[in-house]
Design a protein. Structure first.
Length: 342
């Protein structure tokens, strides 16, 4: 008898239409940009608004990226995330104001060094606070969404009062370092220097998170935990440690975003975290729970939408992102790229 090796039938590739539809979420940002160009009908104005929208989106992404992992992996509705944004901004502002000689210098190197030290201090403070918050406030209410909302909102209120106690009740001006002030004018296009820095930092955070989640064992465990935490536990890994690590990292990213947003607005208040939290949750929902790529796309969409509608129809600008979220969810109820789909 002649042995015959059974041939495994080839798995047919999905039809072209299905493949195109699967890639469509990645085209939402350029499609929105083209729609904005058609509505604005002025290339220089559109370019200025687009760059501003991308910078705003990058800043929102920094703050939302940690929350989407916490939400997706831990199933925690953490309204206290806004506290980390506010505290990070105030810690960073304290460092920047203490380094007034560096920020007032015309040296770009000194300016960036001051910003980096402020970011490092903010991330360390909010990372430590995130560890305490998870251990003391969040851990007892795992699996109970209503209790999570109540206790984390309570934590946010307490954090705001602590800010009043330590830094005072008044808003604090936070001028940008000297070399990051002003803008370049290229033809009729205005490009703010700080917005370019915001785009660079946001892109670096996205690429870093993407690399960590895709290329490392820790990232593999985190992505597996987002999809099926029980299986990760069954394989012998302690998912609780992953919970703590992700929560601390998400809190530190919120602190980083708080510093960057404070320099973006050039003023900080104790309530800034709560105000930004609305945009952060919109981005997380649009992108899909647990998806860093979806969060990135959602943040860019929100930033572009806010700038385009702010120019075209200022009266509807505040509600434009809610309308965007409704439209996205009607098309893709789980968001653009929910975990396991992108």
């Amino acid at each position: 008898m002649t042995d015959r090796t059974a041939e495994t039938p080839a798995v047919p590739s999905p039809p072209l239409k299905e493949r195109l539809l699967a890639r469509l979420p990645y085209w939402t940002v350029p499609l929105l940009a083209l729609a904005g160009l058609a509505a604005i009908a002025d290339l220089s104005t559109w370019t200025t608004l687009t760059l501003a929208g991308l910078a705003m989106g990058m800043l929102i992404f920094i703050m939302a990226s940690g929350l989407t992992l916490v939400f997706g992996l831990m199933d925690v509705l953490n309204f206290g995330h806004g506290a980390f944004i506010s505290i990070g901004a105030f810690v960073g502002a304290s460092v920047l104001l203490a380094l007034g000689g560096w920020t007032a210098s015309s040296s770009l190197a000194l300016n960036l060094a001051a910003v980096c030290l402020a970011i490092a201090a903010a991330m360390a403070a909010t990372g430590l606070l995130g560890w305490f918050f998870e251990r003391v406030i969040v851990k007892p209410v795992y699996g109970a969404h209503l209790k999570q909302i109540l206790v984390t909102m309570g934590g946010l209120i307490v954090a705001e009062q602590l800010i009043h106690l330590i830094w005072g009740p008044n808003q604090i001006p936070l001028p940008r370092p000297e070399a990051l002030k002003g803008s370049w004018v290229i033809g009729e296009v205005v490009v703010e220097r700080y917005r370019l820095l915001a785009v660079a930092v946001g892109a670096a955070i996205f690429l870093g998170l993407r690399w960590a989640l895709v290329r490392t064992k820790l990232g593999l465990l985190i992505r597996a935990g987002v999809e099926n935490g029980e299986m990760v536990e069954a394989l012998g890994y302690r998912i609780q440690r992953l919970f703590v690590l992700v929560f601390v990292a998400g809190s530190a990213l919120a602190g980083l975003g708080g510093v960057m947003w404070g320099l973006y607005d050039e003023i900080i208040t104790a309530q800034m975290g709560l105000n930004i939290l609305i945009l952060v949750f919109i981005v997380v929902i649009i992108g899909g729970l647990g998806s860093v790529e979806g969060c990135f796309l959602g943040a860019l969409l929100v930033g572009l939408m806010a700038n385009y509608t702010g120019f075209l129809a200022p009266k509807v600008a505040l509600g434009s992102n809610i309308l965007l979220m409704v439209a996205i969810l009607m098309w893709r109820p789980r968001g653009l790229l929910p975990a396991g789909k992108g």
